[in-house]
Design a protein around this ligand. Structure first.
Ligand SMILES: *Cc1c(COP(=O)(O)O)cnc(C)c1O
Length: 380
């Protein structure tokens, strides 16, 4: 298909359109920011506690502790559990660097386990063979907005007395029907849940931010100490913490944006449904397990000649991205762990075959048709 046969009015579609996302709420956000500026409560202002309460409620959790980023949410979770030098933490190689990077950052060793080729999440069948005396925790990642198989991950963790840290950076608002009959939200099923407010996540702020959820009052207390240099009373330090605080300004932005989050999720779901219908017979579309609610932080298709399609999308100005082109076990920084090509065949295959396309809530039907036409043309 030639370019001129595509819809004439549209000549490009971005992967994410923050202008469109902010347009209806920009005035309200600026007003919220102005209130923080006027109050001067820049550090740990009342917006932090308000946000923590609202996020805890939204995630069906008892506690939430605002932190400086999703990466720091992971690091401070590991710190709160006393995980460090000599310890091993099991996770997936098919995720953003920060999942494993945070393990290294606290001095522990990431131990990778291959993924389920349908959901791209950690394969619970392969976890137990990697558990050693040094294993302290499992970090499943809810990739692209669909939760990992948490019933099974939690069974394994319980059997071996391990902590579970959910990397829910891409999954705020996702949930699944647990085998006990309850619907369980991301962030509410591990010992902690780690969320990111990076601008491209479903709930993004105007910069960096994150939050840790937990149902344990002990862990919540410890997280609050650790994010503030380990001091309950100023200048009296019980632990060696750090500065992991969330800014009042970001919390103020998030309090506004949280009110629109469900609508935002629904918009993504509608767009995903339309892609499923139009692309389902040509490429592998996202596999959502029965009883799971995916929030489509990414809409990721899978096909053999991915690189050729990517060229076509770039030529047609269709925003796209490969999450992730190199699985973590093959990254230079993890060389010393001795993994090689072939160590995790599913993760390796997937990283050569996936590509994510625009699915943001404000996408119009015409824009979607342009994306679809570009993809189908790219497959010829
Ligand atoms: C975004 C992301 C993070 C890190 O969040 P930041 O807020 O950017 O530090 C961690 N894990 C996953 C899976 C992510 O997608």
């Amino acid at each position: 298909m030639q370019k001129q046969t595509l819809k004439e009015t549209i000549t490009s579609v971005p992967l994410l359109d923050l202008n469109a996302q902010y347009k209806p709420i920009e005035d309200e956000i600026i007003q919220a920011l102005k209130e923080v500026v006027v109050s001067k409560k820049f550090i740990m202002g009342p917006e932090i506690e308000a946000l923590e309460k609202n996020i805890a409620d939204y995630c069906q959790c008892k506690y939430a502790v605002g932190v400086s980023s999703g990466t720091d949410a992971l690091i401070i979770s590991l710190m709160a559990m006393g995980i460090g030098y000599g310890d091993e933490v099991i996770t997936t190689p098919f995720t953003f660097f920060a999942t494993a990077g945070s393990i290294v950052r606290v001095g522990a060793t990431p131990v990778f386990v291959d993924i389920d080729p349908d959901t791209f999440n950690i394969n619970p069948d392969l976890i137990e063979e990697k558990i050693t005396k040094k294993t302290k925790a499992i970090i499943p990642v809810h990739l692209f907005g669909q939760m990992a198989d948490m019933d099974r991950v939690n069974d394994i963790a319980e059997r071996h007395n391990l902590f579970v840290i959910e990397d829910a950076a891409q999954a705020i608002g996702s949930n699944y029907l647990s085998r006990d009959g309850n619907t369980r939200s991301a962030g509410s099923v591990g010992d902690t849940g780690c969320f990111s407010f990076f601008p491209s996540k479903n709930l993004g702020c105007c910069g960096d931010g994150g939050i840790v959820t937990t149902n344990s009052s002990d862990i919540a207390e410890k997280l609050k100490l650790l994010r503030n240099h380990g001091a309950k009373q100023r200048y009296y330090h019980d632990f060696s913490g750090g500065n992991f605080r969330l800014d009042s300004m970001q919390a103020a932005v998030l309090l506004v944006k949280l009110r629109f989050l469900e609508g935002h999720h629904k918009g993504r779901q509608t767009n995903a449904d339309y892609y499923n219908e139009k692309l389902g017979s040509s490429v592998v579309i996202p596999y959502v397990k029965d009883g799971f609610r995916m929030i489509y932080n990414q809409y990721t298709i899978r096909l053999k000649n991915r690189d050729k399609l990517q060229k076509q999308l770039i030529d047609n100005n269709v925003g796209n991205a490969v999450y992730y082109p190199v699985p973590l076990h093959l990254q230079k920084c993890f060389e010393e762990h001795g993994y090689k090509k072939g160590s995790f065949p599913e993760a390796e295959k997937v990283s050569e075959e996936v590509i994510s396309i625009p699915v943001y809530a404000e996408l119009t039907r015409d824009q979607q048709d342009y994306v679809i036409d570009s993809i189908l043309a790219g497959l010829l």
